[in-house]
Design a protein around this ligand. Structure first.
Ligand code: HEC
Length: 124
């Protein structure tokens, strides 16, 4: 009986320690989760913001097409009179054509935003 009593008291003595360890474990796991989702939120830079799209257009397209799409450098077409659909413009930006360079480094989202930007250069 004394042995059982000793074991029981040892178990009782252990329980808060085990609880503490479990709590620590849960805290560590929880912390790990929150910090990794935090990283996920901050990594991709999405080019959906209109100022960023404009910046992208100025950097990648305006050199030939001009700020308003009408410049026509290197025989580039006037974007304000273009009749292409949004999908055709997306393909145009992605793959290029004749002297217009392809844009393999841009994400699908960036290309779509640029296509929408290009369509807005047409008289509404
Ligand atoms: C080096 C000059 C150059 C750059 C930079 C350039 N383009 Fe072009 N773009 C052209 C030329 C040249 C054409 C005409 C291609 C053809 O039809 O042969 C063209 C055609 C287009 C057309 C099709 C117009 C039509 O109605 O046929 C679109 C849309 C367009 N460009 C959008 C863009 C966008 C958006 C960018 C930036 C990502 C860009 N271009 C960058 C030269 C350029």
């Amino acid at each position: 009986m004394t042995r059982l009593y000793q074991m029981m008291s040892a178990f009782n003595h252990c329980t808060p320690v085990l609880k503490f360890i479990m709590l620590l474990f849960v805290l560590v796991v929880f912390n790990g989760c929150t910090s990794s989702t935090g990283q996920q939120e901050s990594t991709p830079i999405q080019q959906t913001d209109s100022a960023q799209v404009r910046q992208l257009f100025m950097a990648k397209c305006a050199i030939c097409h001009g700020e308003d799409g009408k410049l026509g450098i290197a025989n580039s077409k006037d974007l304000s009179v273009s009749q292409l659909s949004k999908d055709e413009v997306i393909a145009m930006i992605r793959y290029g054509k004749t002297t217009m360079p392809p844009q393999p480094a841009l994400s699908d989202e960036q290309i779509e935003s640029l296509a929408e930007y290009t369509l807005r250069l047409r008289p509404q």
